[in-house]
Write a protein that binds this ligand. Structure first.
Ligand code: NAY
Length: 290
């Protein structure tokens, strides 16, 4: 539980048909994934539909995940919010239930100044006795973090979850801040992120095939680069197909198909039709036997 987990599921949030949170299914899912090789969890992030959940629901999920993970694997809680007040409330709660660290997207919608974005992170840093991980996801937030960003200079910022295809920025961040942890956030470039210096990956498709990720990493660390490349190609064939259907709904359906009912995504995400489900089943066959 102490070391940084290398392969982390960006945990999806199982829901009933009415889109309410299915508490039992959530705990079953976490148990199932631990048994299948997930080394840690990142809950209420993009994959967990965190921004479509209320503050109460987000705290409930963190508590439920904590109960299952206790003494087994670490978990992180995404506590990024529209405002500082909610971000602090969620982060304090995450600390209370034993999260390894919290992670936050920057504040979105209003175009805040750099100073305001920095203060949002520093207010959270000062409110908790826990590491804080910056969630760099420029495609959704319009804000990117690099080694020059003022927030990155704080020692209580223990790492970056880099959901960006820019691996040069990742490499530069690692060189500028050797003590900070670099988390890759795009499953498609997992292998290449390792070469750029990422220590860990947090991803949606990790829910489905944690052992495939672990195996890519093992090959990489053992200098079996062609083996690692082949496995990444296999993973990317799967990812390319499921992204077309809507990645979060598709991964929820994968888990349902694998025997852990996870339901639909919250609206406005659309529901999968039968054709989509069949195509996702086909995609799953591409990553057999993982
Ligand atoms: C999270 O917060 O749930 C994540 O870790 C997000 C990571 C995912 N990025 C996005 C934009 O959703 O795992 C990736 C992504 O789904 C995958 O690489 C397919 O594009």
């Amino acid at each position: 539980v102490d070391r940084t987990p290398a392969v982390v599921s960006a945990l999806i949030t199982p829901m009933r048909e009415d889109r309410s949170i299915d508490e039992n299914a959530l705990q079953n899912l976490v148990m199932y994934e631990i048994e299948h090789g997930s080394e840690g969890f990142y809950c209420c992030g993009s994959s967990g539909e965190g921004l479509l959940l209320s503050v109460e629901e987000r705290m409930l999920i963190a508590s439920l995940v904590s109960e299952v993970c206790k003494n087994k694997v670490p978990f992180y809680v995404h506590t990024g919010s529209l405002g500082t007040r909610e971000a602090i409330q969620l982060s304090v709660h995450a600390q209370k239930v034993g999260a390894k660290a919290v992670s936050l997207i920057p504040p979105i919608y209003y175009h805040y100044s750099q100073k305001e974005v920095e203060n949002y992170y520093l207010d959270v840093v000062n409110a908790v006795d826990l590491g804080v991980i910056v969630y760099n996801i420029p495609q959704f937030t319009g804000i990117s973090f690099s080694k020059e960003s003022s927030v990155m200079q704080s020692v209580k910022i223990i790492g970056v979850k880099h959901t960006s295809m820019n691996l040069y920025d990742l490499e530069r961040l690692g060189q500028a801040f050797p003590k900070k942890i670099l988390f890759n956030g795009f499953d498609e470039i997992f292998l290449y992120s390792l070469a750029a210096g990422a220590q860990s990956t947090i991803g949606t498709t990790v829910n489905v095939c944690p052992k495939l990720f672990a195996s890519i990493r093992e090959d990489f660390l053992g200098s079996n680069i062609s083996g690692a490349q082949q496995k990444q190609h296999m993973l990317n064939n799967f990812i390319e197909a499921v992204v077309k259907e809507g990645i979060f709904s598709a991964v929820k359906y994968c888990m349902t198909y694998l025997g852990v009912p996870s339901g639909p995504c919250r609206k406005p995400f659309k529901e999968l039709d039968d054709g989509a489900k069949l195509r996702i089943e086909g995609a799953l066959r591409r990553i057999e036997p993982y």
